[in-house]
Design a protein around this ligand. Sequence first.
Ligand code: PNS
Length: 167
Amino acid sequence: MDIQRHQKAVALYPGSFDPLTLGHIDLITRAARLFDNLVVAVVENPSKHALFSVEERMAMLKENCSKFDNVEVDSFEGLLVNFAQRRNASVLIRGIRAISDYEYELQMALMNRRLQPDLETVFLLAGEAYSFISSRMVKEVFALGGDVSGLVPPTTLERLRLRIRKA
Ligand code: PNS
């Protein structure tokens, strides 16, 4: 699958987004500047327990991506490379926060390359201000009563309040 110069480059940013953080939004902003079209896709993984449903995670993304005219939100299950093919994506976007992310990301990128050699993984560096944020830690800190404002968009904060404080 050669990228023709006249074709628009579609990039795919997959993830769990459970929940969406400002780190994710930073990555989306950077990727949207680099590529003609960006598909942000929430994984539907029945074996992984998520706090938010796929619909809720997509809603959080849509609420925060409406300002970009080249960003679309979608979801997928099964192999990422198959979804990338269905969406005509030639690039996968993944964020690297610290060197500790690299090992897992490298493994995943090489596996995806083996499965689909024409699909390139592009690593983007999250902004320094976001380099310590992870969805897992946001959930833990919030559940224990810590302040996560400034780490997540207001829509995520509201959903966390409704979900965790209610429980
Ligand atoms: O935000 P995450 O949890 O780090 O995202 C991981 C994700 C969704 C990109 C990864 O788990 C994935 O691609 N899952 C789909 C199944 C698949 O294709 N697995 C093989 C890739 S190594």
